[in-house]
Design a binder for this molecule. Sequence first.
Ligand SMILES: Cc1ncc(COP(=O)(O)O)c(C=O)c1O
Length: 416
Amino acid sequence: MRTAPFPIRFADNARWADLERLRAGSPMYDAVVDEVKGRQIRIGDRWLTDFASCNYLGFDLEPDIIAAIDDAVRQWGTHPSWSRLLGNPRLYVDIEDRLTELLGAEDTLVLPTITHIHMSVIPALVGRGWVFLDGQAHRTIYDGCIAARGLGATMRRFPTGDLDALAALLKAAPRGVTKLICLDGVNSMTGNMPDLQALAALARDHEAVVYIDDAHGFGVIGERSPDETSPYGTRGNSLVRHVGESYENIILVGGFSKAYSSLLAFVALPTRLKNHLKVAAAPYLYSGPSPTASLATVLAGFIVNDERGDQIRQSLYLKTARVLRATAELGLAVPNTSGLPIVEIPLRSAADIDAVGNYLFDAGIYVTLAAYPLVPRSEVGFRIQVTAANTDDEIADLCGVLADLAAQDRLQLVST
Ligand SMILES: Cc1ncc(COP(=O)(O)O)c(C=O)c1O
């Protein structure tokens, strides 16, 4: 059907050119996945090993979690379609109670996604105060801060990790206004963590609050213990507990859509703020809630986490360590210094991204191609995510393909 020209003009086309080229031409982008068997996925007639999944604990494939859905849906229907301000199935209370205990926080509020949280909670908390945004914060945090600015907040950006620059900006803010420092916990590209203890101390000195998004840490890292099965710590209760911090002047955001393989997200905060958000954060009033299947898989996930979580995290740690050992032996310039299961591999030349994507696809390795502007041009490459559900053979294949790409001189080396 012929259509008349549609009167929308896109601004800033050059910014999206690389992503658009990959979307239109690369088998690694905008793919239709026809079948899934463990971490093998079929795209058309090709089977690939999935190293792009955020299902770090393998809960998406866990029989006990899958089995929890049927009963819950029979009891509650497929979807509790009240606004949460009107009514909440008891599943919500159970989730918030268990989560609050797991995190050791004063209270928690769950909403469908982290994106909903950033877009609504950042503006609701900061009001006409000041928001301090990490220069490399996740796009969804950035969008939440822009929304806050649109509603009257003052926004300042600070270079990642530069606490002196942040301190100078904090000093410049007027007394008596809300000051919110927004950043990522475990970084979604590098796999590294910020110095939360130093940030929290700075925030407390300046009567500011750290608002931290640990989407990738929750479920993976947790409190340290003499009995821990790996350096990830125990219980998967996220960055604040991992570094032994309290929740004083810290608001933690996290989600179940990665390690817990479900669709729900949380903000951990004092009860007084939670009650305010119930009336001031739009999704609690105006958005549809998560489907029953998501609520059921979160609750079942807590049980598996209690019973076997630390064993699963140990397996995840060991598999990731194998990948990191291989990248170190090849001399690759991998930013990951944390040992967490997110391994970014920068290319020697950003212009090779299409060719490298095609090579990986043909070699049966499915990863996230990290094109500009997902990462700065100097870091264009691909991101590997390891999950506990990846087999040892799959890890061995991945290491072999990395060695092939290094032999083709496609990858950035430490010394270059
Ligand atoms: C750091 C970070 N924050 C937020 C999100 C978005 O989470 P959600 O899907 O719950 O909106 C992601 C997702 O990829 C992420 O990596």
